[in-house]
Design a protein around this ligand. Sequence first.
Ligand code: DC
Length: 225
Amino acid sequence: MIITIDGPAGAGKSTASKMLAGRLGFQFLDTGAMYRAVTYSAMKKKIPLADQQALAAVAAEIQIAFLAKRVLINGRDVTDEIRTPEVTQNVAAIADSPPVREHLVKLQREIAKNGNFVCEGRDQGTVVFPNSPCKFFLTASAEQRAVRRMEQLTKAGQTADFQEIVAQQNLRDQQDFERPVGQLKKADDAIEIDTDHKTIGEVVGELEAIALLRMKSAAEQAELS
Ligand code: DC
């Protein structure tokens, strides 16, 4: 069974997806980390971000793996490196690249084909796993999302300016909604969960209750057929 969780940056997807996977005993697929891994590798190789062919070649030649909550490229732990501000700044250009997306979508389907997964990203319910019986779309107000980002950065010991965070967030939203392929969009059959004014525990509880119902009806249907 695949559960998809899509939504804009800062809606709480990452924490909620990991916790939901933990509660259900599912594996967790962080597809944003895959776009970040390609970005990091392309930057290392000094590949111009507009060179579609070279980007596609990087995506195809690197081996991305997830191991005990760490992200590996060709066996090397890059969990921290893929989350630097420089990678965050460049990742949208990579996520806009049709051949990179094509490759990563294939890889995501491959990874998730033999197991129970919570797959988190922007296009999981619409493009990658359109037949998933349990899709969520997490949202939060722009203000709440910026407050959360501010808290994350402060906790990580980084200085942060609220207005700058709002401006960066607006830019990322625009990039995510407007990219020519893999745009952030709610699937018609996704359940929208507004995470404003809810604790993470409340959000995960809501997701879990719905997921358990969906799992039950999927199991009943499988029994009938
Ligand atoms: O969730 P994140 O910030 O780690 O995602 C990194 C970037 O990758 C962000 O620009 C959105 C993009 N992305 C995407 O286009 N499709 C996905 N399935 C996941 C992330």
